[in-house]
Design a protein. Structure first.
Length: 257
């Protein structure tokens, strides 16, 4: 008979799958509505970026300077989150590797690298150069695909890695030791990544890097890739299923079995 952990994991899987499906369905409706009604704004840029830098306004110049720092900070917060998760061993307050989290984090990174290759390929197949530089294929927003993918997956990784019995005690002010800053680091890094991602995605549209159609395609790519990943992680037929399902065994223990 399945234990409480497996039951909780199934509930978690269903919650995330349902949330992403709703997000994907809403995005598909927006794409269909724009296609059916032939809205001209659907394939227009919100802003035409000047080719000559001397023609740039003050706001654009400020954004051009600030954006690289926003980009670096968002990646830094992402790495801090994943790094903390890799050292988040629920059985110990001391810093020690969580082999399951290490395996999952690396698997997710490799998985999205493959997805990104497909996105680049589809970019060329669709051949949409709207809002891009001359001759640059811009069919699918990689920014939306990347940031939304990780915004979906990071919470899923947390609740999949941390023991369900430990979550409440870790976040309870009565049970959380003052020396254990890992939950605070995870919350802070995810919040920072969320805020910086929101700024990046808004500016991706507002400064005319992508048309609404290209943005919706990016959102749909994030939804589909997230669903495929979760399906892989919960599938009993997946080669490493016994390692990544919440049976609390480390990767090393599974390999030695």
């Amino acid at each position: 008979m399945p234990g409480a952990g497996s039951s909780s994991q199934r509930n978690l899987d269903m919650y995330f799958v349902a949330t992403i499906l709703i997000f994907a369905a809403a995005t598909f409706v927006f794409i269909l509505e724009g296609q059916v009604n032939h809205r001209t704004s659907f394939d227009e840029c919100a802003y035409i970026r000047p080719v000559d830098k001397s023609e740039m306004g003050l706001l654009w110049k400020a954004y051009s300077y600030i954006y690289p720092w926003i980009f670096r900070l968002s990646f830094t917060s992402l790495f801090v989150y994943l790094g903390t998760l890799m050292l988040y061993n629920s059985e110990s307050q001391a810093i020690s590797p969580n082999w399951r989290a290490i395996f999952l984090s690396n698997f997710v990174a490799i998985f999205f690298s493959i997805i990104h290759t497909f996105i680049i390929t589809l970019d060329h197949v669709l051949g949409d150069t709207t809002c891009g530089k001359e001759g640059h294929h811009n069919s699918i927003s990689g920014h939306f695909a990347f940031h939304l993918f990780y915004l979906f997956i990071l919470p899923y990784l947390y609740f999949s890695v941390v023991d369900y019995r430990s979550i409440s005690s870790f976040w309870s002010s009565k049970n959380l030791p003052n020396s254990d800053k890992r939950p605070l680091i995870l919350l802070s890094s995810f919040t920072l990544y969320f805020v910086l991602s929101a700024i990046t995605l808004y500016n991706t549209w507002a400064w005319g890097y992508h048309s609404p159609r290209q943005i919706y395609y990016g959102v749909l790519a994030a939804c589909i890739s997230s669903l495929i990943l979760i399906k892989l992680l919960i599938s009993n037929e997946f080669e490493f299923g016994k390692m990544i399902l919440p049976n609390r065994l480390s990767i090393l223990a599974a390999l030695q079995a």
